[in-house]
Design a protein around this ligand. Structure first.
Ligand SMILES: Cc1cc2nc3c(=O)[nH]c(=O)nc-3n(C[C@H](O)[C@H](O)[C@H](O)COP(=O)(O)OP(=O)(O)OC[C@H]3O[C@@H](n4cnc5c(N)ncnc54)[C@H](O)[C@@H]3O)c2cc1C
Length: 221
């Protein structure tokens, strides 16, 4: 079933990531980590659906999406980069992406962190975030989404690595077997992966070699 909702607010999270606050259809309910298909209610774009994840909590009376804008081609995200408050989105019903199954290690590449935002906010609100870790890989410091909020929620359990920049206080390079062994002391726990195809495939291989099982979503880009 499709739902047309008004955009209430758009704000900048990073140079290419925007957060969109929209109305929430009545009775709409989802599990943290889930997402839906989104189209823009604008001539020629109504049927161009793309999957995005809810970053708000189920109890909130609004929906929030945190979306990376690809302005190098005229796709849906490029158009989303131009929408304003008062414009409309067309949403489908929520559907499963990744769900929390218990404490573990969350590994995100870029915008692949979005399913983990609602999961962490939900656990934090319930006082149950302890025992979870986020290892977040980005190209540069300016690509990190919601740095302050993750740091405030996770403290020392928040690790950042930069693949195209060397900076003090950050790890440098892709998450590999050595980095995993440095930050993870027990591989018999949940591992949640989300990012571009190659990120997910590489990490799945490293983790399987270390004896871990994974839950993953691929964000093609
Ligand atoms: C379950 C799931 C949840 C997701 N949740 C989120 C989220 O919460 N936040 C988020 O930011 N992302 C999320 N994503 C990723 C998001 O769906 C994609 O970034 C988005 O679909 C890109 O849409 P687009 O139309 O801008 O580009 P595309 O769909 O990549 O491109 C549209 C068309 O343009 C073509 N094209 C691609 N690249 C180029 C290029 N460089 N030049 C010319 N043409 C090109 C493609 O072939 C395609 O036909 C999620 C993905 C999945 C699978």
């Amino acid at each position: 079933m499709s739902h047309t909702v008004k955009i209430k607010d758009v704000h900048r999270e990073t140079h290419d990531v925007r957060s969109f606050i929209t109305e929430k259809p009545s009775g709409y309910s989802f599990i943290p980590g889930q997402g839906t298909q989104v189209a823009i209610n604008k001539d020629g774009w109504e049927d161009e659906q793309r999957p995005f994840t809810f970053c708000s909590l189920n109890d909130d009376d609004y929906l929030e999406f945190v979306i990376k804008i690809y302005s190098d081609h005229d796709g849906v995200t490029n158009q989303l980069g131009k929408v304003e408050s008062g414009d409309e989105l067309i949403l489908d019903d929520p559907w499963g992406a990744i769900q929390y199954k218990g404490p573990g290690v969350f590994l995100a590449g870029g915008a692949g962190v979005t399913p983990f935002i609602a999961i962490f906010r939900d656990l934090h609100q319930k006082g149950k975030l302890m025992g979870n870790k986020l290892i977040f890989s980005n190209k540069t410091e300016e690509d990190i989404i919601l740095y302050d909020e993750f740091e405030q929620m996770l403290g020392d359990d928040f690790t950042n690595t930069l693949t195209r920049e060397e900076k003090p206080t950050y790890e440098h390079g892709r998450i590999d077997k050595e980095m995993l062994q440095k930050y993870v002391d027990d591989f018999d726990r949940h591992f949640y992966l989300c990012g571009p195809m190659q990120f997910v495939l590489d990490l799945k291989t490293h983790l399987e070699n270390l004896g871990a099982e994974t839950d993953e979503i691929v964000f093609e880009n």
